[in-house]
Design a protein around this ligand. Structure first.
Ligand code: HEC
Ligand code: HEC
Length: 410
């Protein structure tokens, strides 16, 4: 009896595998497909009927073929977590609701968005996060976008995945102050949530791990669109061409179309001369920002000590607390430069208020301490060059995806 059932199961499994191989998955370009994060169609609180209708559509459960937008697309081969936690429209939408729902917190006042708000660059303009009852932590709220290119989360990388990270704040005393058991109980008691979990995670329903999976799926679609810097990069492949080389490009219909698109993109999204000079400095050997801010997301995903907060009597040792390796003392994860102009204040303790302050910190070679990164050296920058670096960072801003914070289950 058992054996027969097992065989049937395997046969079924194979059949569905074969089917998924045949079906062309829906292609979505993250960041530009607003329907992914617009919420279930309609207005006001989500009703059970609307959720039923949404869940009944097969399309919402198909695994999406995810493409990154121009710029970030250079990291297409480095996307994280999609095999273990495939993206579907229904899962992303469930994660969106959870991200904005204060009912995950102990006293119904705090959601993920309280500290990572779309209107404040998916961060908060306060030096440190402010949780339930006004509780303050010791670290600045980092951004929650472009996480699809990042494995280890938190300033010290202590969460190994976005899924692991997402369940942390729910029971952090100074953040949402809840327990996992209580959060799960609350969600089970809201019919529209219970139905979605049952359908998105068949046979499992509401569990804290599935809360993490859904929120992580939502965060993975939060990516930044092309910035003037990306348009400039695309154009730079052609900008220097002349004579026969240029003629070759224009003679071929396909390369001619690329040429014209790149030219139009750069002229519609121009970088100022100051930003162009800043770009050269940023990537130069002498200034060397790109020693650490590198790759598609302009972040190496490594840990470095810049001396931030090290003058304190009891400094935050950052990565060291996780690894207990001496050289990691005071080291923190390199954040992205993409859209960084939107998420002041800066650094793990929110101690630098503006991008100008950040550049000053680098110009003086960081703050001396025993564990300072050997990549931190005083820079000979004129005041015009400092302005140029800031202008370049501003030119690394692209559009955020359009995300609805409304339409939560009633
Ligand atoms: C009270 C403010 C607060 C709330 C609420 C909060 N966070 Fe955070 N978040 C922070 C702070 C502060 C950090 C950095 C903590 C650290 O590094 O130790 C952080 C870190 C993160 C990171 C890591 C980003 C990176 O670059 O490594 C992600 C992702 C994130 N939070 C998502 C969430 C999600 C999802 C929720 C809701 C379940 C949430 N946060 C709730 C303040 C908050
Ligand atoms: C040695 C590696 C390294 C180099 C070189 C480097 N950075 Fe950073 N950058 C980091 C790390 C690590 C942090 C976070 C440090 C912390 O919070 O303690 C950071 C933080 C920042 C931030 C704040 C981002 C935020 O979200 O808070 C900006 C802006 C920045 N760097 C710009 C630059 C510029 C401009 C240069 C070149 C002048 C540069 N960086 C050179 C590693 C580096």
């Amino acid at each position: 009896m058992k054996a027969i059932r097992l065989t049937a199961c395997i046969a079924l499994g194979l059949a569905s595998l074969a089917m998924s191989g045949v079906q062309a998955a829906e292609k979505v370009i993250l960041g530009s497909d607003a329907s992914l994060t617009a919420g279930i169609p309609g207005t006001g609180p989500l009703t059970v009927e609307q959720v039923q209708e949404w869940l009944a559509e097969a399309k919402n459960h198909e695994v999406l073929d995810v493409q990154l937008p121009m710029g970030l697309a250079l990291g297409q081969a480095q996307m994280k977590g999609l095999e273990k936690n495939p993206l579907t429209r229904a899962k992303v939408e469930l994660g969106r609701q959870l991200y904005f729902d204060t009912r995950l917190s102990k006293d119904n006042t705090v959601s993920c968005a309280s500290c990572h708000h779309p209107q404040e660059g998916y961060s908060r303009h306060t030096p440190t996060g402010i949780g339930i009852g006004g509780a303050k932590g010791g670290r600045n709220s980092p951004i929650s976008y472009n996480r699809i290119l990042s494995d280890a989360q938190f300033w010290d990388g202590r969460a190994g995945s976005l899924e692991a990270q997402a369940v942390g704040p729910i029971q952090a005393g100074i953040e949402m102050g809840n327990t996992h058991e209580n959060a799960v109980k609350t969600l089970k008691g809201i019919p529209a949530y219970a139905m979605q979990f049952d359908k998105v995670f068949p046979g499992e329903g509401v569990t804290i791990d599935n809360v993490g999976r859904a929120i992580a799926a939502f965060e993975r679609v939060l990516v930044t669109g092309p910035s003037p810097y990306d348009y400039q990069e695309a154009w730079s492949k052609f900008a220097g061409l002349s004579g026969d080389d240029l003629q070759d490009v224009l003679d071929d219909a396909e390369t001619k179309a690329d040429y014209e698109a790149a030219k139009a993109g750069a002229s519609a999204n121009p970088m100022s001369d100051s930003a162009l000079r800043g770009m050269a400095l940023f990537f130069s050997k002498e200034v060397g920002c790109s020693n650490c801010h590198v790759g598609a997301n302009l972040a190496d995903e490594q840990y470095h000590n810049l001396g931030i907060g090290m003058e304190s009597k009891e400094p935050d040792y950052g990565r060291y607390v996780v690894t207990k390796v001496e050289k990691d003392k005071g080291a923190f994860k390199t954040p992205t430069i993409r859209n960084v102009a939107h998420s002041a204040p800066y650094m793990h303790d929110g101690s630098l208020l503006t991008l100008e302050d950040v550049v000053e910190h680098y110009a003086k070679g960081g703050h001396k301490n025993k564990w300072l990164s050997d990549k931190m050296v005083p820079l000979k920058l004129t005041s015009a060059q400092k302005v140029d670096l800031v202008e370049f960072m501003r030119a690394c801003s692209g559009e955020f995806p359009a995300v609805s914070a409304a339409r939560l289950p009633e």
